[in-house]
Design a protein around this ligand. Sequence first.
Ligand code: SF4
Ligand code: SF4
Length: 816
Amino acid sequence: MQTPAKKRLSKALKNRDGFAIVAELVGGPNFSFAPIQKFLTAFNAGGGKDIPAGFNFVGITNPQSPGGVANIEPSDVHRFLVSKNLLGDLDFIPHISCKDLNADALTSLLAAHRAAGVESVLALTGDKPAVSKGVFELESIGLLDKISRINNDAYLSAKPENLAAAKLFYAGAAVSPFKYNEESQMQQYFKMEKKVARGAKFLITQVGWDWKKSVELMRYLKENNINVPVLGNVYLLSTITPAPRLMHDIKLPGCFVSDELLAKVYSESLNEHIERAAQQIAMYKSIGAAGADVGGVHDYEMFIKILKRAAEIGSDWEKYKDNLCWPARRPFYLYDDAGNKTRLSDYPKTNAHRFFNFMHWSILDPEHKGFHAFKKVMKFFGVDKNKGFFYKSFFMLEKPMKYCLFDCEECGDCYLPENFGLCTIGGCEKGMDNAPCGDSTADGKCGNNLDRICIGDRIYKAAGSEKGGIEKLRKTINKPRIPALEHSASIPNYLFGRDHTMKNAIFNIGEAIHASIPKTGMVMKQLLELGDDCFSKDSPELQYILALIESQAADGADYIAVNIDQFGETDPALAVKLMKEYVKLVRKFGRGVPVCVDSSDDNVLIAGLKEWYDTSEKVQPPLVNSIKVYTMDNMMPLKKHYDFKFIGLLISEAKAATDTVDDLYNLAKTLYDAAMKHGFKAEEIFFDSTVFPLAIDMPMQPGVPGYTYRTFNTIKRIKTDPLLKNCHFSLGVTNSVRDLPARKIGVTRAYVEVAMRYGLDAGIVNAAHHLGNSPADPDLVKLVEAYADLDGSSEKLNVAMQLMGDFCSKNRKPSA
Ligand code: SF4
Ligand code: SF4
């Protein structure tokens, strides 16, 4: 007998082949597989022939310790089902939650799932454990980000001809439209948007019995152009289990059952419970959901009965509106019955919020002089060293003060400013990086502790009291906190750049989207061959490019450079067209990181610059690479219409004018003078000089300095010049390690460390390497120093040659 082809949730949702149905199955008491086994045995006996037409039973989902009570792990359930050959053609969609596992353990779990052939996962924060201590090092957004990184790495490590075979996760997320106050509801929608921005490919709703809310969600998605398939959660609410009472009594946080619905359910027969579930499926099918996640049904016959009845109801679900509408008292709906948007509230600023803003402004806002004075005093007392008497004394003051004011729990990586003066560690039962979870009650309390208001609601109100605060809240995604900072003083961590606000040591101009990089160029070519719609139609090649963009943004690039000059060699018009397309991709997928339009052709630069601003969104000024003395009259006047910064390349058409440090300085001065006339500020200019590979930086004539010497001393000359000192200096540092036999990253790190001493503050780099942020290997630093000292004397030349010889012999690759 032939094994049936495996169904995939991803395929069903992408192709919309039928209304997708997934069954949510959980293990029984005492970690028993029996309920799942029984359901699937019955399914296999019928071979799925009893599924009504128009429905596509795609797979089963398996929650991870639902309700915070230990149950069989989904990975074990999967292994068991595969070993018993019970899954048949069904997909397996485990819930992955952050409650029991730290970030590394989640990575390992995902790796195990991938090895076992699992593709679709539901990424959740997870229920607060009923007895144990929750972990919550990540929450749903951090987890989705992790999954996106795993997917990006899968593309980036695949061979160009094998991109389609990259093993990827298809990650989904939860959303609850069933919140009945404005704060909780809007936070749910904002968080949903953030989940989609971090890679959620489908959404599953929370359980809820209010068709108006289900419609509201679909309308919100449409209104905001969020084109992500939704599975409606249809839970069989029946007295055959205690679930209705537990939900009503807030014993299953996040699930709402009103007094009226509870009374109704208790007055009904099982058939009436089944009927409501069927009506709800029909409703979701009619309002545009892509499918339903059917829960609370472990009897396969009953499952089929529900589906058949849903098929029978079809688009007539509106007849049953009353049976599907059980809201809270005084419910908040985002749209009125005519579909008009409800006016959202204005909130007053609280005194605590005012106090926080004032304190932050006076000593912790770098725009204000109080910050610099405070930092100086702290440094004077050695608090920056993170140890010693004064550090401990300061921590002794900080701890109780922040505890009293914010419920601080000393995470050490403080997000109070991002959260409008509220702490999501001490103020939240789960201690989440991005509040809220989905557990708030109908009146906005924490479902895990009814004595407190959900921190998400409090943040929404605080944001609403600030001008532009709600939009800021809607867009802000907090990174996972740095675990190593736990139980350290957060204020010194912030002042001295150790927390999440830490900046790159030099401006990182991400270099990965460059057509001359062999692999990137090959994928770009393959993408182009896919036809005119290749930049809008999904393909592994397009995903590869997006992976390059997203991973550089995630690695903290300050700019994402695009260079497609390789294509322009034979077809300059094509280069112009491609630059526009790539700039659009960076704008859309670069998480707000500005583009660096990089080309030696002014037409390509101009096309890229104009395209960057061809949007109604607010974007940051891009970087144009490059302007030369002989192109400045063409390029600089554009500043009047398009705000941009530029890299001033220190080369000249007349070769003789670039031989010495003085020559290069004069070129910089010429560019600077012209730039000032066109309204540039010094900080908007990045000078750049040629980087010569160390391996061949050996002057042939006596008395002539090396290229590295010349480059580094040009940086010094410019950065110590009173006129030019506020300009930046950037280098394409990767070139320095060309032809070295090994340790290229280490030598680049050393090169940057030494160049920084001369004043380097920017580089065209691999952003993942975080060059300049940590010390380089001292031996490699010595090697680079020798080249930086190569002033033309034979003595210095001997030292450099000796060190390079030692380096090469130590790092020679073994012969085969
Ligand atoms: S340091 Fe961490 S725990 Fe303390 S207030 Fe700030 S965010 Fe909260
Ligand atoms: S405070 Fe809000 S976000 Fe935190 S656990 Fe409670 S309901 Fe969830």
